[in-house]
Design a protein around this ligand. Structure first.
Ligand SMILES: CC(C)(COP(=O)(O)OP(=O)(O)OC[C@H]1O[C@@H](n2cnc3c(N)ncnc32)[C@H](O)[C@@H]1OP(=O)(O)O)[C@@H](O)C(=O)NCCC(=O)NCCSC(=O)C[C@H](O)C(=O)O
Ligand SMILES: [Mg+2]
Length: 301
């Protein structure tokens, strides 16, 4: 039996910029930036003594300055001193998604799903999960599957390598050689349950060459985009995780070929000397859908 795992629509998540919720100057910049998604952070970018202030500032800010980008709020962990107040503020601010940090087990997701359903949270509110601890990596497939099975709210993993390095002792070396196996493990867990997956931040925001190299690596590993910490990283992320003209043209030619009457009902066709199957048609449709979103976004800016 074929299992349908694609439970969410195609979304563009090439550049996912994090903004500390208590940084007014940074908040004021967000609306003019070309990031596909913005994470308003209440967790590690906000010091413990400013959590309440950050929460209030964020709710006020989003009430009057809703970005066009997909809007996500990263809360503190549900079991922490700040978790419940953050969740309540996030619900009030009506983001597209809430990002849960340091998710380690299906129970971490389930607890928040229950909390949201007790409060009649809007059906369209999504959950994202940071995978950034050893237990999170090991339990990745079960976490992804729980989020998919119960209500289907979970639709994206974000990798947190700063925390993972801290927890494991693996240093930050160029090439991320010792981290790549875990990055691929997280990618498999996400894809196995139809989730999007976002590569980790690159801390040296004044090193564009290093950033380019890491974007290329993330893209080649199959990631949908990169979490960012600075506006200077947005354009490169959009470029590396975007679509090349040749890929769009190829996708359109596959869609066109399968729509010809002589190919109706065929599972496999010959397209200019290359075997193309219906699985390629599925891929092509996703590329075409992303290309359409990119075009709309260009027209808007
Ligand atoms: C890293 C920074 C603290 C650097 O800030 P700053 O010194 O202000 O940099 P610049 O002077 O170069 O900034 C130029 C202007 O750009 C604005 N700016 C800077 N960053 C952002 C941003 N993220 N979003 C919007 N605007 C931004 C500055 O305000 C300057 O404008 P102006 O003030 O008008 O002159 C800073 O970039 C920063 O705080 N970045 C985000 C940090 C963050 O969100 N951290 C949490 C995410 S990282 C993570 O999650 C790790 C993960 O959990 C893991 O475990 O790996
Ligand atoms: Mg972290």
């Amino acid at each position: 039996m074929t299992r349908a795992i694609d439970h969410h629509p195609v979304r563009l998540r090439r550049s996912v910029l994090s903004v500390p919720a208590d940084n007014q100057r940074a908040l004021a910049k967000v609306r003019d930036l070309a990031a596909d998604a913005v994470i308003f952070d209440l967790e590690d970018a906000v010091s413990p003594d400013r959590k309440g202030e950050a929460r209030d500032a964020l709710v006020r800010h989003l009430a009057g300055n809703r970005p066009q980008a997909e809007t996500i709020i990263r809360v503190n962990a549900a079991g922490s001193d700040f978790g419940e107040a953050d969740l309540a503020a996030a619900l009030a601010a009506r983001p597209d998604a809430i990002l849960l940090p340091k998710v380690e087990s299906p129970a971490d997701i389930q607890r928040v799903l229950d909390w949201l359903s007790e409060r009649d949270a809007p059906e369209e509110l999504r959950l994202w999960a940071m995978i950034e601890t050893p237990r999170g990596v090991v339990n990745g497939p079960a976490i992804a599957e729980t989020g998919r099975t119960f209500g289907g709210r979970l639709d994206c993993f974000v990798v947190g390598l700063n925390d993972l390095r801290k927890e494991t002792g693996v240093p930050a070396l160029p090439g991320r050689n010792y981290l790549v196996p875990w990055l691929m493990q997280i990618l498999l867990a996400a894809r196995g349950s139809g989730l999007d997956v976002i590569d980790a931040v690159f801390n040296d925001f004044r090193d564009p060459e290093g950033f380019d190299t890491e974007c290329r690596q993330g893209r080649d590993m199959g990631y949908d985009g990169k979490m960012l910490i600075h506006p200077a990283q947005i354009d490169a992320a959009n470029r590396y995780f975007g679509l090349e003209e040749a890929a769009i043209e190829e996708a359109l030619s596959i869609i066109e070929a399968f729509s010809l009457p002589e190919n109706a009902g065929k599972g496999v066709i010959n397209l200019h000397g290359r075997m193309v199957e219906r699985l390629h048609l599925e891929q092509a449709m996703k590329i075409a859908a992303k290309a359409e979103i990119i075009e709309k976004r260009k027209a808007r800016s």
